[in-house]
Design a protein around this ligand. Structure first.
Ligand code: FES
Ligand SMILES: [Fe+2]
Length: 421
């Protein structure tokens, strides 16, 4: 397992920062700007926990792969010849060269370009030219990384002993996902956005809708801006939206119950290694999808769903992902730290594998709302990063609608505390 000692961080200095965090307040500046703290995040959060990397739709055929770089790690995620999802360290077992140097592609075998050591898709070493007598190929397979698919969503864990609670969480989330049949989807579009901010600012920004009103005109056509508010803390100006939400939510719950679709929230966003939230909630407007008027963006619904009006199934996982599953499409979001002040946000739109672009869906309509929303969020994150860098920055208090931000930060500090002892 990667240890804190593997980073250059002074554990005592980090522990002091964690200990003096003021509950209910934003984090201090070093958490967002320090290289040491960034290294610590990689070592304690990303190298020890399960995190989301891709959907199975991105690696549909045997040999399809993608590479994920995080900190000094590079990981190959692929579909092996038995059609299972597998992950390996992207490091040749000869003299360590990086094996696959593209973001994605397809291979028969994995061939190192340096001296041509060749591996099968199960990681075993097939050929290594000119070896001394007694060379045992079976000792030089690629090093595996733990990989699990939760109903089509692929998570990896770099630790030798991954958090054991992942199976429980997968068991809780899978019944919500099942009807969307993600294994029978295809990628309609994918967008990589490099945001100019620390990965935690990206996550925190996603975990509240305090900024939605005014900040996301396209999203709030359908996303109720009361997200995150306690019912008794909803401002007067949002009461009409709240009333519409209550009516739409009651109708959605009836529709779910008729179809045996679970909808109730499960929220365990801190207090455990694999923390998550799942809930099916109503959308405003036509109530079907993330479009300007709320009507479905794809005529071909996912799985065997018989109605487009099933709201949004929204799932969060700490540390790095969120998802929206609609009746007509699904959107996955993964957050990959690149540097203390740079983060990759990868958004993937999935439609039914038989949906035809230009016939069943129009790509611009499908991607419009979240394309705009992501770019707006990217601006907010860049402004936050610029602000926390100033010596004048002092962490302010979270509002009552930022409970999920508080939960994310609580989870993050718990993880650091555990690693730092
Ligand atoms: S480093 Fe890969 S074959 Fe030599
Ligand atoms: Fe936002």
């Amino acid at each position: 397992m990667t240890t804190v000692a593997a980073s250059t961080t002074d554990p005592r200095a980090a522990a002091e920062l964690v200990a003096r965090h003021r509950p209910g307040h934003a984090l201090e500046a070093p958490f967002y700007i320090s290289q040491d703290l960034f290294d610590l995040d990689i070592a304690t959060v990303f190298a020890r926990h399960w995190f989301f990397v891709a959907s199975e739709a991105e690696i549909r055929e045997p040999g399809d792969y993608l590479t994920i770089d995080i900190g000094d790690y590079s990981v190959i995620v692929l579909r092996d010849d038995d059609e299972e999802v597998a992950a390996f360290h992207n490091v040749c077992r000869h003299r360590g060269a990086r094996l696959l140097n593209e973001d994605r592609g397809a291979v028969g075998n994995l061939v190192c370009s340096y001296h041509q050591w060749t591996y099968a898709t199960d990681g075993s070493l097939l050929t290594a030219g000119l070896q001394a007598p007694g060379f045992d190929k079976s000792c030089f397979g690629l090093k595996r990384v733990h990989a699990r698919s939760v109903d089509g969503l692929v998570f990896i864990c770099l630790a030798a002993d991954p958090p054991a609670d992942f199976d429980d969480v997968a068991g809780l989330v899978t019944p919500y996902l099942a009807a969307h049949q993600l294994r029978h989807t295809k990628v309609a579009a994918q967008e990589d956005l490099v945001e100019q901010g620390n990965w935690k600012l990206v996550m925190e920004n996603n975990r509240e809708c305090y900024h939605c009103e005014g900040g996301h005109p396209e999203l709030t056509c359908t996303f109720f801006p009361t997200y995150g508010y306690a019912p008794d803390a909803i401002p007067k100006r949002l009461q009409p939206a709240h009333t519409r939400y209550l009516e739409a939510q009651a109708a959605l719950e009836r529709a779910c119950e008729q179809r045996g679709l679970p909808h109730a929230p499960i929220e365990e966003l801190s207090g455990r290694p694999t923390a998550f939230r799942v809930q099916r909630e109503a959308l405003d407007g036509a109530g079907e999808s993330y479009t300007r008027d709320g009507s479905a963006a794809s005529r071909r619904l996912l799985g065997e769903l018989d109605s487009p009006r099933l709201g949004r199934l929204s799932v969060h996982y700490q540390p790095n992902s969120w998802f929206h599953f609609l009746a007509d499409h699904a959107i996955t979001f993964s957050v990959i730290p690149l540097a203390a002040d740079r983060t990759l946000v990868r958004t993937t739109w999935l439609v039914h594998e038989d949906a035809v672009e230009g016939v069943d869906y129009d790509l611009a309509t499908l991607t419009d709302v979240w394309h705009q929303t992501n770019h707006q969020d990217s601006t907010f994150v860049a402004r936050a990063q610029a602000g926390v860098r100033s010596p004048a920055y002092v962490p302010g208090p979270y509002s009552p609608t930022e409970t999920h931000v508080d939960a994310f930060v609580t989870w993050y500090l718990e993880r650091l505390q555990e690693a730092l002892g």
